[in-house]
Design a protein around this ligand. Sequence first.
Ligand SMILES: Cc1cc2nc3c(=O)[nH]c(=O)nc-3n(C[C@H](O)[C@H](O)[C@H](O)COP(=O)(O)OP(=O)(O)OC[C@H]3O[C@@H](n4cnc5c(N)ncnc54)[C@H](O)[C@@H]3O)c2cc1C
Length: 537
Amino acid sequence: MFEVQNQPPPLEGYNLLHSDTVLREAVRREGADWAEGRLGALGQEVGSAETIALGFAANRHPPELKTFDRFGHRIDEVEFHPAWHSLMTIALKAGLHSSPWADPKRGAHVARAAGCYMLGQIESGVLCPLAMTYGSVPTIGLNRAVATEWLPRIFSRYYDPRFRPAREKTSALVGMAMTENQGGSDLRTNTTRAERSEDGSFRLTGHKWFMSAPMCDAFLVLAQAPNGISCFLMPRWNPDNTRNAIRINRLKDKLGNKSNASSEVEFEGAFAQLVGEEGRGIQTIIEMANFTRLDCSIGSSSLMRQALAQAVHHARHRTAFQRKLIDQPLMTNVLADLTLESEAAAILTFRLARAYDDETEEATVFRRVVTPAAKFWICKRAPFVTLEAMEVLGGSGYIEDSIMPRLYRETPVNSIWEGSGNVMCLDVLRAIERTPRAAEVLAAELELDGEPRLRPFLDRLSQRLSAPDRHDEAQARALVRDLVLALQAVLLVKHAPAGVADAFCASRIGTDAGAAFGLLPRGIDVRAIVDRAAPQN
Ligand SMILES: Cc1cc2nc3c(=O)[nH]c(=O)nc-3n(C[C@H](O)[C@H](O)[C@H](O)COP(=O)(O)OP(=O)(O)OC[C@H]3O[C@@H](n4cnc5c(N)ncnc54)[C@H](O)[C@@H]3O)c2cc1C
């Protein structure tokens, strides 16, 4: 038997808040300083060996569809591994599904974002039902009767995994069902029909090609009503305590996101209640999508942070050619470059989360434009970061036990769901065009005195944002990428150490950033950048 040598200790038993300088600074800067105590407790809990093991178990044992019971009755239930339920218990206890609505205060959305950012590093499948429930609240609020019945359950922090009518449970979760087989981006193609019943409720008939977290207690669903596409709340149980006519045809066999279930469903005259104005369903549900899109940026930033933490941890302990990997100049360059991407993603994500805490007109405009922009670029960068970070661990990074394959497989989904990359970029163009004061609010955000490195880039960007060719759809990705890089650069200049901001500008602003990491130019203190990212345990 060989002796195990030159292997790092497992990265566990560490506090995901206290060991993360960038996160700690963001929580304080963006107004959630009051939450540091409870976030620290959550950081400790999710960084424990026990919670990390739950994350592995929930992914090793994916959910299973039980279409019928043993007697042949249709039950349409999905069974999850106990580890999933334990993770959901942690999440709800921390309020990650609804705390900013249940207990509104300065920094509440930022505090929740920080909690999701930490939990998502250990297991990100659970973020899906948490994001949808969080996002559903303003939409549900549009129907007073529905809100009175559902919001108290949604605000509860006692997770209840039982498949029972919501009124018998200690809490409720909400999913959403928009995408149909013939079209997801173009929701006007929805064919599910909604017919009004005598009591004012509706019966929905049709299908959804994607409906994630099908064991949620209710779903916001789009369907064609007599006056056009409308938004409905569809519970899994009828008011008379029978199962609603929601048939789960099958679970998707996904690339990643294994712990979470995503299903194909049919509605056979399923009971539902109208939410928002009949005929304005897309506008109604898009309100929810803003929040879930913010959560895509949180989720991707979180995956990048975990990949980076694992990579830096490994490099600090592993020796090759008589030196620690972290001391090999080329590896230090790679790690520093990864750190810049992770820190830039986090700094913009938490700035954006703060805009959700702020009801000023400027904040509303900012989140309208920057939510889809950040989702596009941050989610696009995440697969590359997790891929490069995997390689830092060498062959072991390719092995499931290391967590790196799971992080890598998870990343593409954030770019696809809640509006894919192109759709996000076209939405940014629309937002800039149609939102009064958009140009002014962006200009104020990008205002920097005496920044010679950034000035030409910012000036050119501002010209492009106001020139007629901003309507050029084919150039939308280029424009949105540059907008996000500018926002990230300005935030780093204002809030990060000078070395981090300098390196970000030198490698990403006005230059064609390379197709790999580790291309930082000479003259940067790469070691200082990496040390800032090291997770201490
Ligand atoms: C794991 C998973 C879970 C999901 N869960 C849910 C869920 O719970 N509820 C739900 O409703 N949906 C869910 N979805 C569906 C998801 O939101 C859609 O897949 C997504 O919005 C894209 O729609 P689509 O698949 O129909 O692709 P399409 O709309 O056909 O788009 C295909 C491609 O074309 C691009 N495109 C579209 N229009 C344009 C244009 N005008 N110009 C340029 N490019 C364009 C898109 O960006 C995309 O890249 C889930 C998806 C996945 C992968």
